[in-house]
Design a binder for this molecule. Structure first.
Ligand SMILES: Nc1nc2c(c(=O)[nH]1)N[C@H]1C(S)=C(S)[C@@H](COP(=O)(O)OP(=O)(O)OC[C@H]3O[C@@H](n4cnc5c(N)ncnc54)[C@H](O)[C@@H]3O)O[C@H]1N2
Ligand code: MOO
Length: 401
């Protein structure tokens, strides 16, 4: 039996690292930037107005007040987007809109609310300090400096910034195409009617959802009978198209362990990991393609995905943080755990106002077929290998899903 950490390291090694590719911004959300990116324009690219109003010289309106307006002739109209901006003559104002370039000679902007809004001449009721309501060129990003650092996870703000400095593509770690394979002669695809002894296939749907959330492309072979020749025939042609294969089922100790039977001879290693659920596991390469074989029980599949596959893929995709957020919580009821195995129980974590630790209670029992209770959970309660009983009110580790 190997430890969770050992198998985690094996899966990480098998999954490997992802190559770098340039992708259009619309396909980069959630991915990690592979190289530093330099801005070749300043942001803002030019001095511009932060308000709708009038561009002035502060000195020309120094005496303006509510009861002592200063009246200036309006020289020009500068909407946002105007590229031929005339200079401001002393003793005049230009009407200017938010985002429009500051005219040479002007040093500040009076908000329209502090004027009479005049078009040919304007009465100004407030003085301004020099630079008021002017957004300076380069105050957000200076030209030829690094706008985004390698390792940045690209969310809305980061992608917006990339576009704002004129980029249409970014170098990212390319997400893999993953083949999901569900094995089991008993599996039927909804909405086909079930006969006694058959069940609806659910593992591929969970794996697809989990993989898609990481940005992976997913192909699926949704139901392969427990027959080595049929398994090979269904999966082998796909190998050239994918970067990783994740199977479920057919890896334990029975007489018809299709995944084990088909892949042990190509060098995939199978064994037992000291965890519950998710004991029987395997990983290796098939025709050079990384393969991770997960046990078939639905809860085992999802816990195994969380513990082994998700962190390995996040690391492969360049994420520095590959783990779920871990918090400490007070246990709402006593739990038992098998000696020598790390147990992952499905739980519901509730933060407590003003407290460092929240409260966590189990959702359902430890059985790896209890999918409905997983569907009500928001966390995994992790009980270490040495733990056989975690008492009510003791503090436990919780992984937030
Ligand atoms: N003698 C032993 N028997 C078992 C052991 C063991 O160590 N010795 N380990 C048990 C554990 S723990 C697990 S986990 C399972 C893993 O078995 P397999 O990976 O071979 O999975 P299957 O037997 O194919 O399926 C297990 C269970 O899950 C259902 N299943 C499978 N695929 C799907 C799917 N795509 N959608 C929904 N449900 C699925 C399947 O019908 C079985 O009920 O082995 C134990 N046995
Ligand atoms: O290790 Mo199994 O995954 O408990 O059912």
């Amino acid at each position: 039996m190997i430890s969770v950490e050992e198998h985690k390291a094996r899966v990480r090694e098998v999954v490997g690292d992802r190559p770098v590719a340039k992708r259009v911004l619309s396909e980069c959300a959630g991915l990690v930037l592979a190289e530093d990116v330099t801005a070749h324009v300043s942001l803002p690219p030019f001095d511009n107005s932060a308000m709708d109003g009038y561009a002035v010289r502060a000195a020309d309106v120094a005496q303006a007040g509510r009861d002592t307006p200063v009246e200036l002739p309006v020289g020009a109209d500068i909407p946002a987007g105007r590229t031929d901006v005339p200079a401001l003559a002393p003793g005049t104002a230009h009407r200017i809109m938010t985002g429009a370039p500051m005219p040479p000679g002007a040093d500040s902007v009076v908000m329209v609310e502090h004027t009479d809004g005049g078009v040919d001449r304007v009465r100004i009721f407030a003085a301004v300090t020099k630079g008021l309501h002017v957004r300076r060129m380069g105050e957000d990003v200076a030209e030829d400096t690094i706008a985004l650092r390698a390792g940045t996870v690209l969310g809305p703000a980061q992608l917006g910034l990339a576009s704002a400095v004129g980029l249409d593509r970014l170098p990212v770690f390319e997400p893999p195409t993953v083949l999901v394979v569900s094995t089991g002669t008993e599996l039927v695809l909804p909405p086909e009617p079930l006969r006694h002894g058959q069940i609806y296939e659910s593992n591929s749907v969970m794996l697809e959802a989990g993989l898609s959330a990481l940005g992976c492309r997913v192909r699926t072979v949704r139901s392969v009978a427990d027959d080595v020749a049929r398994f090979r025939a269904a999966v082998e042609p796909e190998l050239a198209e994918v970067d990783l294969v994740v199977t479920s089922g057919g890896v334990s100790a029975g007489a018809y362990e299709v995944v084990k039977d088909a892949l042990a001879e190509v060098g995939v290693e199978f064994g037992k990991v000291a965890m519950q659920p998710g004991g029987p596991q395997g990983c290796g390469w098939w025709n050079g393609v990384p393969v991770v074989t997960l046990p078939g029980n639905p809860v085992s599949v999802l816990v195994s995905f969380e513990v082994f596959v998700r962190p390995a893929l996040l690391a492969a995709l360049g994420h520095a943080n590959t783990e779920r957020q871990r918090v400490r919580a007070r246990l709402a009821e006593t739990l038992t755990s098998p000696k020598g195995k790390r147990q992952f129980r499905r739980g519901y974590y509730t933060p407590q106002e003003g407290q460092v630790t929240g409260i966590v209670g189990p959702k359902g029992g430890p059985g790896s077929h209890l999918l409905a209770s997983f569907a009500q959970a928001n966390c995994l309660i992790e009980l270490g290998e040495e733990v056989t009983e975690a008492k009510k009110d003791s503090i436990v580790d919780v992984l937030l899903l």
